[in-house]
Design a protein around this ligand. Structure first.
Ligand code: HEM
Length: 304
């Protein structure tokens, strides 16, 4: 065993991420490379029909967002396959002084269904670095978890990527009607690069470009909710819901300004998928709790 069996699953997950990617003091165990920016969220007229949460009530809400690259490597090359998936996290600053978070990435499904499998995936990655005997631990893991082998794409810009929530949340409206949804942050255009093209780009091309783009003018995404239909799996993020499911636009996210000191801001920020306000609830998807606990462990370690 490569992790301490006495530790909590969340500690084991962070240990496994550190073994796979290296441990970089002060940085997140995953999605270590990032940029913090500020903006607003303006809800649509339809949003309040799905959720009584105050962010959907009408007035624009200030937000803090963080764009990120996958992996725990803070210097990962933007065009490297290891930088996928990219992330977009949103913290809504509500009128009552509380916060509600959404933590999305550019996958369209998650490759494993629960925290234990995520830990085992990261341990398999750690045991399968260059020179590992074949079949590697990762090759063996893929036999039972084939979704792990599906390659992810590099975007042309962090503003030209769609980010998905993957885990289901339950929205409750003023009449008490509950609806399971999965969030999407959809830009005006989605553009992906061929892998050979991504490999040729400059080391920091995505983060240099997004800084410059936000400097030129606002960057927008539509926040959408895909509505679960009868029988759709709520607790399994490995399974996509049918493409014909209704999608409701909840509002427009407008990113207006890069944070004055993004490095300091990202050290202090903690986004938690399960930190949600009245009118939004975590579903029973086990990934949500596993994530909350692992993000808290990662935050505690990077704050020391
Ligand atoms: C069991 C499944 C997962 C585990 C164990 C996990 C683990 C982690 C950890 C430890 C961090 C660092 C947190 C911090 O220090 O603040 C992180 C960050 C992140 N994760 Fe996950 N993750 C999981 C699934 C997901 C999923 C399903 C998504 C998106 C749909 C996602 C998107 C992100 C993003 C965007 C960040 C960066 C957050 C930020 O900007 O601060 N992760 N993850």
């Amino acid at each position: 065993d490569q992790v301490n069996p006495e530790s909590s699953l969340a500690e084991q997950i962070v240990d496994a991420l550190n073994q796979a990617d290296g441990a970089y003091p002060g940085f997140r165990a995953n999605h270590a490379k990032g940029l913090v920016a500020e903006g607003t969220f303006a809800p649509s007229a339809e949003a309040a029909g799905l959720s009584k949460a105050s962010l959907f009530a009408g007035a624009p809400v200030p937000v803090t967002v963080r764009f990120s690259s996958g992996s725990g490597i803070p210097t990962v090359a933007d065009g490297s396959p290891r930088a996928n998936p990219h992330g977009l996290s949103v913290k809504f600053h509500l009128k009552d002084g509380s916060e509600t978070d959404m933590v999305l990435n550019s996958r369209t499904f998650f490759p494993v269904a629960n925290g234990k499998d995520f830990r085992d995936l990261e341990l398999a990655v750690a045991a399968s670095q260059a020179g590992a005997p074949k079949p590697t631990a990762l090759e063996k893991f893929i036999v039972d978890h084939p979704l792990v082998a599906i390659p992810l794409k590099t975007p042309e810009s962090l503003a030209e990527e769609q980010y998905n929530g993957l885990n289901a949340f339950i929205l409750t409206n003023a009449a008490g009607i509950r609806q399971a949804v999965r969030y999407q942050l959809v830009p005006p255009n989605v553009v992906h690069l061929a892998p050979e093209e991504a490999a040729k780009r400059a080391h920091n091309f995505l983060f240099d470009e997004i800084r410059e783009r936000i400097g030129r003018g606002p960057v927008t995404f539509q926040l959408r909710a895909q509505l679960a239909g009868p029988g759709d799996p709520i607790t399994d993020a490995t399974q996509v819901w049918p493409a014909e499911r209704k999608v409701v636009t909840l509002g427009t996210l407008t990113v207006r300004k890069v944070a004055d000191d993004s490095d300091k801001a990202q050290r202090e920020l903690l986004f938690l998928p399960g930190q949600v306000t009245d009118g939004i609830e975590a579903s029973d998807d086990p990934l949500i709790q596993a994530r909350d606990e692992a993000y808290a462990v990662s935050f505690a370690r990077r704050s020391r």
